[in-house]
Write a protein that binds this ligand. Structure first.
Ligand SMILES: [Fe+2]
Ligand SMILES: [Fe+2]
Length: 275
């Protein structure tokens, strides 16, 4: 049966993950695939992966993860921030892959109709531990425990003043688009980060949550009529429910992570119809 499927955090810099990606296939040629970020640090890697997937699935929808947004020294493409994002969008469009900058497609297969909403809303250091009142305090506490996201060195917000300022701009622009959706139609919200904070409460280092989302999206699953929210980034694949809405963390993660799990790696998560 036709299905809407999802995966994230393919991290194809690892040869084993590359092999897993090479084996990803739809159950049915009319399946759609949601790819929720962290495919590759290099533009050529993202292009390779999405070329392969877009030939196999009827439609591929991509949102950027922080790793795609890094300006990594190993990448010949040294674009930063907004320019880098726009470049990635152009690469996706050349492959027919849907991005957060495109009209939202509607899934009309089993479990539909549902508007598929790819999101790029970043994070703004609001998922703080109770002992930190400001972004600066939260960063200081994290650094003191040697918990530092590589984004601080490689994810440049140009031309915005900061990653949180970029996040605020993305949230405002995205809310405008979401408010214009026809009322009553269910949505599937796809973002690299969880839209609510709860999934980050199980992080091994709670200080890391400041790089994992924004409180500004805390009610989006209700306000914008989500039947499911898809995300990754945490590398803690599971299903949770928030206000009656299903949240799916669909990451593959690093080999050292998936090797220790009982389930075989690279299984696509079914979003619709509800499994
Ligand atoms: Fe990741
Ligand atoms: Fe990530």
């Amino acid at each position: 049966m036709t299905a809407l499927l999802a995966i994230s955090d393919l991290h194809i810099g690892y040869a084993e993950n590359r092999r897993i990606l090479e084996d990803l296939r739809p159950g049915d040629p009319s399946d759609w695939l949601l790819v929720a970020g962290d495919v590759s640090e290099e533009v050529a890697g993202l292009e390779w992966a999405l070329t392969l997937l877009s030939r196999r699935f009827a439609k591929v929808v991509w949102v950027p993860g922080n790793h795609e947004m890094w300006t990594h020294p190993s990448d010949p493409v040294q674009l930063r921030g907004e320019e880098r994002y726009q470049h990635l969008v152009k690469v996706c469009r050349s492959l027919g892959v849907v991005t957060p900058e495109d009209p939202y497609p509607t899934w009309t297969g089993p479990g539909g109709p549902a508007v598929i909403v790819p999101l790029f809303v970043l994070y703004d250091y609001t998922f703080r531990t109770p002992d930190a009142e400001t972004k600066e305090e939260a960063l200081a506490l994290a650094y003191a425990k040697d918990v530092v996201c590589t984004d601080e060195f490689l994810l440049h917000p140009d031309p915005h003043d900061s990653r949180d300022a970029w996040c605020a701009a993305r949230v405002a622009e995205t809310e405008r688009r979401l408010a214009a959706l026809p009322p009553g139609v269910p949505t599937v919200l796809v973002n690299h980060y969880p839209l609510v904070r709860e999934p980050t409460l199980v992080l091994r280092h709670p200080e890391f949550a400041i790089w994992c989302g924004t409180e500004r999206t805390a009610d989006w699953h209700l306000r914008f009529n989500a039947c499911a929210a898809v995300y990754g980034h945490l590398h803690i694949p599971r299903t949770t429910w928030h206000d009656g809405v299903r949240f799916e963390e669909v990451s593959l993660g690093y080999p050292r992570e998936w090797r220790s799990r009982p389930t075989p790696p690279g299984r696509l998560r079914q979003i619709l119809p509800v499994p």
